[in-house]
Ligand binder design. Structure first.
Ligand code: FAD
Length: 279
C-alpha cells in the first residue's frame, strides 16, 4: 500500500484505486488523466506488458463512463528498445482507445526523443483525428518551429515549461526566458487554433494569460495540473466552468515519482516533513 504521504501525489497501486480517485475527482468536475508509472524499459516484455495494461485501463475507463484519459511515456512502451517498438505499441494503445472513445496523451521525455515522438504523434493524429494529444516543452529552443509544424495537425497539444535538464545549446536555462517563451507558445496556440489547446502548468500567471486569450479568441482549451499540486485551484477553476484535467500517476513504481515531487519544490518537501512529524 502507498503510505499516506505519497498518496497525495499518487492515485494508488492498482487500476481499481486509480478509478476510485478518478470517480472522486469527477464529483468536483475535475477530469483525470491516468499515467501508469514506469519508464526506460530496456526489454520488450516490460514495454509490451505496460502497453497491455494501458489497454485494460482504457477498457475500464470506457466501461465506467468516467471522465478519464490516459497518458503514456515513450520510453515506457519501448522507445529505448527501438523507435519501431514505441510506434507499434503506441498504435496498439491508440487504436484500442479510439474504438472505446478514450483520449490518449503522450508525455514528452528528453530532447533526444523529440523528433520520433512528434513523428509518431503526427501519424497517429492523422489516422485517429482528435483522439490523441502530445506534450511539447517551451524550454526547448526548437519548440516555436515545432508548433508551426503541428498547428494544423488534428491532435491536442499540451504545452509545458519542460522538466528535463537540457544542454544550453538547445534549451533556455534561465527561468525568466522559459516563462517568456511559454507565454509566447500559449499565445501562438490561441492565435492559430480554435481547439486542441492544453495548458500544463500550476503557474497562476500563465493560467490567467490562457484564460484571457481564450476570452479574446473564443477557443476551446483545458488546464492540466498534477495530482497533489494546487488541488484547491483545480477545483475552483472547474467550479468556474474551466475544463480542468488532473494528471494522476498510479502503479507499483510510485517511489521514484514521489521522491521527484518532494525534491522539486520546498512546499512539497515541507508537506512531507510535516506528515512524518504528524502535524
Ligand atoms: P513553475 O515554473 O514550477 O512555478 C510557477 C508558479 O506556479 C510558482 O511560482 C507557484 O506560484 C506555482 N506553483 C508551482 N508548483 C507549485 C506547488 N507545488 N505548490 C504551489 N504552487 C506551485 N514536463 C515534461 O518535460 N514532459 C511532460 O510530458 C510533462 N507533462 C506534464 C503534465 C502536466 C499535467 C503538468 C502540470 C506538467 C507536466 N510537465 C511535463 C512538467 C512541466 O514541464 C513543469 O516542469 C512543471 O509543470 C512545473 O512548471 P509550472 O508551469 O507548473 O510552474
Amino acid at each position: 500500500m502507498i503510505p499516506p504521504i505519497a498518496d497525495r501525489f499518487v492515485a494508488g497501486e492498482s487500476i481499481a484505486a486509480a478509478l476510485d480517485h478518478t470517480r472522486e475527482l469527477n464529483e468536483s468536475d475535475v477530469k483525470v488523466i491516468l499515467n501508469l508509472l514506469g519508464e526506460h524499459y530496456d526489454n520488450r516484455q516490460e514495454a509490451d506488458a505496460d502497453a497491455e495494461t494501458y489497454r485494460q485501463l482504457i477498457d475500464e475507463i470506457a466501461a465506467t463512463e468516467l471522465a478519464g484519459a490516459v497518458s503514456v511515456k515513450p520510453s515506457q512502451i519501448g522507445l529505448d528498445i527501438g523507435d519501431e517498438v514505441f510506434a507499434e505499441n503506441y498504435e496498439r494503445i491508440v487504436a484500442h482507445a479510439a474504438e472505446k472513445d478514450v483520449f490518449v496523451w503522450c508525455d514528452m521525455e528528453d530532447a533526444e526523443t523529440t523528433d520520433i515522438t512528434l513523428d509518431v504523434f503526427e501519424s497517429m493524429a492523422e489516422t485517429y483525428p482528435w483522439q490523441v494529444g502530445q506534450c511539447i516543452q517551451s524550454n526547448l529552443k526548437r519548440t516555436a518551429d515545432d508548433l508551426e509544424r503541428l498547428v494544423d495537425v488534428p491532435g491536442t497539444i499540451r504545452v509545458v515549461k519542460g522538466a528535463y535538464d537540457e544542454d544550453r545549446s538547445i534549451a533556455f536555462k534561465n527561468k525568466s526566458q522559459v516563462n517568456e517563451q511559454y507565454r509566447e507558445d500559449i499565445s501562438f496556440l490561441f492565435e492559430h487554433r480554435d481547439r486542441g489547446i492544453a495548458i500544463g502548468s500550476h503557474d497562476p500567471e500563465m493560467i490567467d494569460h490562457a484564460r484571457s486569450l481564450a476570452d479574446e479568441h473564443g477557443a476551446d482549451y483545458e488546464i492540466q495540473m498534477l495530482m497533489g499540486v494546487r488541488e484547491d485551484a483545480q477545483r475552483s477553476l472547474a467550479s468556474e466552468g474551466v475544463e480542468v484535467w488532473q494528471y494522476a500517476p498510479y502503479g507499483e513504481k510510485w517511489f521514484s515519482y514521489f521522491y521527484r515531487r518532494v525534491r522539486e519544490r520546498k512546499e512539497n518537501a515541507l508537506f512531507a516533513v510535516r506528515a512524518v512529524l504528524g502535524r
